[in-house]
Write a new protein. Structure first.
Length: 366
């Protein structure tokens, strides 16, 4: 994994393939934030509407833009040393706006955030709360009349091949609209987070709609104008010209699924923060070898923690959770982001070469 930084702004590149890096869709301090890395129709008013939308070759982008752009905003965030722009969407009419954490994190410690609306109004905003682990955040503007809210779709209705429209402010160019399809589902993408830790885009939608720096936090919508994902990263091919640049959008963009975005944003608005689920284990990835499938090895188990109470032990190899294969520590981390404290999951494991199964009731991260 290449974790090199570029310029004076924090940046990163993470594998998508040996030659492709991915880029967070935000512009920070004038530099591109380099980052990295499937399947169902669009939600609408019923099954027939979903099927019809999924079969359409493209969305009527003009109609979608007219309906959706009033809910999409350009976000500027800065501190005393640097600043940048990204995108967001109004999720409640009293001023709450959803975006990516990396769009506004630069302003988290006493910085400034402002919002530019579709009609040209620019107003200050405050940070309601952030979830660096899921790369999501909510900000709020006050003193505005009832704001147009973007309607939410449902992740279960999204299908591979359905047409979509992405709206945001790439490179600070507000009210930009691009279109494409959902290329794949269920991508788990590791991206840089706060304080040198990583965030995960869990069950991310992959799309060929152009996702460029500044699109982060914006809206990926279906043909009905319903939010189905929050664009957060896009892949690029590093430029052969040198200087750390890239060839721009190549049709590989990734968006956080709407169900997770809604879950996190609702908790942020209610509590100001997010409490993630916790297994109570320390783990490492064990790659598959000849005759062995690999999995996640329990390096240690916290006494009286959720895993310990379920009977898991140091040295166990987790192979699946709720029937879904576990091949890396990211798979375990993804469960802690999509499940809530108190949820119960079925963990399949091997111990001394023999299979076993345990019901783990997840705890809360401190």
């Amino acid at each position: 994994m290449d974790t090199s930084h570029t310029g004076s702004a924090w940046g990163w590149r993470v594998w998508v393939s040996a030659a492709i890096a991915a880029v967070l869709g935000a512009v920070i301090g004038g530099f591109v934030v380099n980052a990295n890395e499937p399947s169902s129709g669009s939600p609408s008013d019923g099954p027939s509407a979903v099927a019809g939308t999924a079969k359409a070759a493209t969305c009527a982008a003009t109609e979608v833009a007219e309906k959706t752009l009033p809910s999409v905003v350009t976000i500027s965030a800065s501190n005393a040393e640097t600043g940048g722009t990204g995108s967001g969407e109004v999720i409640r009419d009293d001023g709450y706006i959803l975006t990516n954490n990396h769009v506004i994190s630069v302003a988290a410690d006493g910085g400034q955030v402002s919002v530019l609306f579709n009609d040209g109004r620019s107003v200050p905003a405050t940070i309601t709360g952030r979830d660096p682990k899921a790369d999501l955040a909510v900000i709020k503007v006050d003193g505005q009349e009832k704001l147009p809210v973007i309607p939410f779709g449902q992740s279960k209705d999204v299908v591979v091949g359905q047409p979509v429209v992405a709206l945001g402010a790439p490179l600070g160019l507000s009210n930009t609209v691009t279109s494409g399809i959902v290329s794949a589902l269920d991508r788990t993408i590791e991206v840089p987070g706060d304080d040198g830790e990583n965030a995960l885009l869990v069950s991310a939608l992959q799309t060929d709609a152009a996702i460029n720096p500044g699109n982060s936090g914006g809206a990926l919508v279906n043909c009905a104008g319903q939010l189905i994902g929050v664009p957060s990263a896009g892949a690029t091919i590093p430029s052969s010209a040198g200087g750390g640049g890239s060839a721009g959008d190549i049709g590989l963009g990734f968006a956080i699924p709407v169900d997770l975005a809604k879950l996190v944003s609702d908790e942020i608005i209610e509590n100001g923060t997010v409490t993630h689920a916790w297994f109570g284990v320390s783990v490492i990835t064990v790659p598959p070898t000849q005759g062995q499938p690999g999995g996640v090895y329990l390096r240690s188990v916290v006494p009286n923690g959720p895993a310990a109470k379920a009977g898991l032990q140091t040295g166990d190899m987790i192979t699946s959770i709720d029937g879904k294969p576990v091949t890396s520590t990211n798979d375990l981390a993804a469960v802690t982001l999509t499940k809530r404290p108190g949820d119960t999951v079925t963990v399949d494991y091997t111990r001394g070469g023999k299979p076993g199964s345990a019901k783990v009731t997840l705890g809360a991260q401190q």
